[in-house]
Ligand binder design. Sequence first.
Ligand SMILES: NC(=O)c1ccc[n+]([C@@H]2O[C@H](COP(=O)([O-])OP(=O)(O)OC[C@H]3O[C@@H](n4cnc5c(N)ncnc54)[C@H](OP(=O)(O)O)[C@@H]3O)[C@@H](O)[C@H]2O)c1
Length: 295
Amino acid sequence: MKILLFGKNGQVGWELNRSLQPQGEVIALEYDVADFSKPESLREIVQSIKPDVIVNAAAYTAVDKAEEEESLALTINTVAPGVLAEEALKIKALLIHYSTDYIFDGTKKGPYDETDAPNPINAYGRTKLEGEQVIQSSGCDYLIFRTSWVYASRAHNFLLTILKLAKEREELSIVADQIGSPTSARLIAETTALCLQQALREKQKGVFSSDLYHLTTSANTSWHGFTKEIVDVTSKTLDQHLKIKDIKAIPTTDYPTPASRPMNSQLRCTKLENTFDVKMPDWKIALELCIEELA
Ligand SMILES: NC(=O)c1ccc[n+]([C@@H]2O[C@H](COP(=O)([O-])OP(=O)(O)OC[C@H]3O[C@@H](n4cnc5c(N)ncnc54)[C@H](OP(=O)(O)O)[C@@H]3O)[C@@H](O)[C@H]2O)c1
């Protein structure tokens, strides 16, 4: 079994490079050899390796910068995955790809289902939605996992930014009216590995069906609630002095950003849980495990 992994140094890619190891030979590539801004160059890479599975964790993820660089974001998030899908079809490989809560506008009351109509409100979301669509219409075997609010014990993310700021400042003001489910890269990778095992068994039996699933932790919070929990758990778990005393809750309107964010990012994961017989943990449990790892 050959697994070709793109984006191995990203949050999710780094964890995938570990979680996928028991499933076969993992050929993990980064930017220097697989540049998604040159999508045509990916054809030769796929055809020279001829993997059984392609896992795409590479993406243009700079949400605010994408407002100015939509064309580059589109190349990386739509055109390149489209090329991977075409090449996967030629060699009958399974393509695993990730998408985002930002394909929704956030106006729904309650969690989004896979059947809810997408309506992205920023450039990044538009390019990720088109990435889903190009894979879905390619005819290749695929699994697309939409996830949200990703963090990890390494790379750049909200958790590590808050930990840094909490050591430097006594007061922080954090948005409290955007709701979502913080999801650790490790959980995404481990769940992907479980789903992949089942998908491969189904492919062998000729009963596999390509589909798109929501994959996040369960329950939800705001960025403010997430921050409070990060600080609480860190104070109990890590032997580090935090300067922070006050975490103020502010509305989105007090923290303007170039890209609009959905106010409601909750994704219902029932379809994933039922199809793959998995149970997505509460976001607080996944956060504790990640902070314990930092310790
Ligand atoms: N981060 C989130 O909150 C979030 C939320 C929902 C969904 N997602 C989705 O989850 C997936 C994984 O995200 P992540 O958080 O792991 O992202 P990440 O940490 O930003 O990693 C993305 C990876 O893509 C690589 N990359 C960027 N431009 C590239 C290019 N032109 N050619 C090749 N590689 C390139 C990056 O390399 P460098 O590090 O060298 O730039 C990095 O290794 C993505 O599909 C993302 O859209 C993420």
